[in-house]
Every structure is written in structure tokens, then in C-alpha cells.
Design a protein around this ligand. Structure first.
Ligand SMILES: Cc1cc2nc3c(=O)[nH]c(=O)nc-3n(C[C@H](O)[C@H](O)[C@H](O)COP(=O)(O)OP(=O)(O)OC[C@H]3O[C@@H](n4cnc5c(N)ncnc54)[C@H](O)[C@@H]3O)c2cc1C
Length: 306
């Protein structure tokens, strides 16, 4: 219920204005977002890589409405990849990309062309791109663009969402040699017809999907903060005798940093998803919807300013 309210607020321009202008918002945003500028992203990446973490950077922005916006997003990624390479931060740092930010909703071909240009820059910088997965209406289009990008850039990563009923099948298709697949629970509000609704059903689906990926030939990327699923991931890695460099854990910037360090110390690859940019509103609201405890953090910040 609370999740639905917050996700509805995420789509309301009025609430967006209210949240963006609240004085405390800055502190809350800082916890989850690296900053607004490319340099902020570089500074945060430098710090995390120095701690032995790997990074994937996301330039915030989704639901691009014009070709000019899409071009701007492409240019920012190209700029970022050049800067990462110049700073010696690749291959530890790669980038995550939302096709909607490249115009997928109004011109799929345009989004594909821009994504291809970004993959070319990533290859030049000695790193990779992962295509974030958005709402279920875009799944087929995103997987289709992924398979086309992989012809020239086989290291391009996919994301699959365990809450979708179709995902076990997609895992089977993508658990092939060289295929990087991030498995997450899924962050959007989806109808019952396409997605499991209860936490238990989503978690059970996650374990089934993980089993397919970890027993397959690809490179699974376990994106979750859930202690039980991390433990199951560690167990499966031993069971399937996976070499430490044949899979990785992933978590979001600002969430469970102590657990992130523990996984590094245990010898695993632990990649932090680091968002940056001015359009942080939708991202922040999805984090709040996932974990209403984060609302408490927001409320405490408000109180301490009051
Ligand atoms: C690297 C990465 C990339 C992602 N990419 C995508 C994507 O492309 N598309 C998409 O739809 N979604 C994406 N997501 C979001 C994902 O789908 C989930 O919405 C999000 O990760 C929350 O699910 P969870 O697995 O962490 O578990 P949850 O069900 O949110 O939480 C399970 C348990 O984890 C622990 N936990 C969770 N948060 C915290 C916290 N803040 N502090 C302490 N403990 C906590 C608690 O014990 C909690 O009970 C991504 C997530 C990650 C980590």
C-alpha cells in the first residue's frame, strides 16, 4: 500500500516540486546519489575503487521525450567514459544505461544507435555497458536491442527482474558463455498478470532464476541487498564451484556499505551502482518505495532541520 502511494508520488510533478525544493532533500539525496556533475561521479568512483569495490555508473534520467534530450544523454555517457579511462578507472568502473533515456519510447532505432555509440566508447575505454531493465512494456524491446548490441559488443550486460513471471525463461536463454546477466528483484509497479505480487513469491522466483544463472555458463551479477539471497548466492557459488572471477555481487550506492566491504574482504567482486546527475527524483522515490524505513531517514532529516 505504502509502496503504491510512493510510486504514485514518483509520477506526480507536484510532489516532485515539493520534494526537490525541501531544504533537507539535499542531505537525503547525498546518501544515495553521487552528485550532479561528471566530476562528482569521478570523485565517488575513485573513492570506491580505492576501497577495492567495482563500480557501475548511471547518469540519471529516464523517459526522455525529445531527440535532443536523447542525444544529450548519449554525449554525457561518452564524456563520462573518456573521463573514466583518462583517470585510470576502467575496467573497474563500467556504465549502466536506461534505454528510455536514449529515446526508446518514441524511437527504438534512435535508442539502439545511441546505445551502440556508447558501447563503442566503452570498448575504447576498455570497459562495458549494462542495459538497465525498466517496466515490463519495454522488456522485449530491451532484450532485442541487447542481442543486436552483443553482435559487436558481446560484453554488454543484461538485467532480468525476478518479479516477472517470464524471467526464468529469459534466464535460460541468457545463461550462455560470456553473457553478463544482472539479476534483481525488480523496482516498478507491475500488474498481477505479468508479475508476482508477494515478497515471498518474488524471493522464490529470485532463487529459481539464480539457480539457472549460477549453474549455467554465463557471468551472473547478483544485484540484491537481501541478506538471505546474498547467503544463497554465496552457497550456490560454492555448490557450483564457481571461480571468484566468474560472477559478482552488486548493490546500490549508500545501501549496506558494511556488507559491501565484507563481500570484498571475503574475496568476491562487489560492484556498486552509482547514480549521478540532476534528475534524481524518480530514482530516489523508487528507493523510498522499496524500503519505507528510508522514509524514517527522510523524516529524521526533516526533524533535525526543524
Ligand atoms: C546494482 C543494482 C542494479 C539494479 N538495477 C535494476 C534495474 O535495472 N531494473 C530494476 O527494475 N531494478 C533494479 N534494481 C533494483 C531492484 O530491482 C530492487 O528494487 C532493489 O534492489 C531492492 O530489492 P532487494 O533485492 O535489495 O531486496 P528488498 O526486498 O528491497 O529488501 C530485502 C532485505 O534486504 C535488506 N535491505 C534492503 N535495503 C536495505 C537498506 N537500505 N539497509 C539495510 N538493509 C536493507 C533488508 O534486510 C530487507 O528486508 C537494481 C538493484 C541493484 C542493487
Amino acid at each position: 500500500m505504502l509502496r503504491s502511494v510512493i510510486l504514485a508520488a514518483a509520477r506526480s510533478p507536484r510532489v516532485e516540486r515539493l520534494v526537490e525544493t525541501a531544504p533537507v532533500t539535499r542531505d537525503v539525496v547525498k546518501r544515495f546519489v553521487a552528485g550532479t556533475r561528471t566530476d562528482d561521479a569521478l570523485d565517488t568512483t575513485t573513492g570506491l575503487v580505492g576501497q577495492g569495490l567495482a563500480v557501475t555508473l548511471d547518469h540519471l534520467g529516464e523517459d526522455t521525450l525529445t531527440p535532443e534530450q536523447a542525444e544529450g544523454t548519449r554525449d554525457e555517457y561518452v564524456r563520462l567514459l573518456k573521463a573514466l579511462s583518462a583517470a585510470g578507472l576502467t575496467p573497474a568502473a563500467e556504465v549502466s544505461l536506461k534505454l528510455s533515456a536514449l529515446g526508446q519510447r518514441f524511437d527504438e532505432k534512435l535508442a539502439y544507435n545511441h546505445a551502440k555509440a556508447i558501447c563503442a566508447s566503452a570498448a575504447e575505454a576498455g570497459t562495458t555497458v549494462t542495459l538497465d531493465m525498466e517496466d515490463h512494456a519495454t522488456t522485449d524491446s530491451t532484450l532485442d536491442i541487447l542481442s543486436r548490441l552483443r553482435v559487436d559488443y558481446p560484453g554488454t550486460g543484461a538485467v532480468l527482474q525476478a518479479y516477472l513471471r517470464r524471467t526464468e525463461g529469459d534466464c535460460r536463454e541468457l545463461a550462455v558463455a560470456g553473457s553478463r546477466v544482472r539479476l534483481c528483484k525488480g523496482a516498478y509497479k507491475e500488474p498481477e498478470t505479468v508479475a508476482y505480487q508477494s515478497r515471498l513469491d518474488v524471493d522464490k522466483s529470485y532463487v529459481r532464476c539464480l539457480n539457472i544463472l549460477m549453474s549455467g555458463d554465463g557471468y551472473p551479477m547478483l544485484a540484491t541487498h537481501d541478506p538471505r539471497l546474498v547467503a544463497i548466492g554465496e552457497y550456490q557459488a560454492k555448490w557450483f564451484e564457481r571461480a571468484p572471477d566468474s560472477f559478482e555481487f552488486q548493490m546500490l550506492y549508500g545501501i549496506r556499505p558494511i556488507e559491501q566491504s565484507r563481500l570484498v574482504d571475503a574475496g568476491y567482486t562487489m560492484r556498486v551502482y552509482v547514480p549521478y546527475g540532476t534528475q534524481w527524483y524518480g530514482y530516489l522515490m523508487r528507493r523510498l518505495a522499496e524500503r519505507p524505513a528510508n522514509l524514517g531517514f527522510f523524516a529524521r532529516a526533516l526533524a533535525s532541520r526543524g
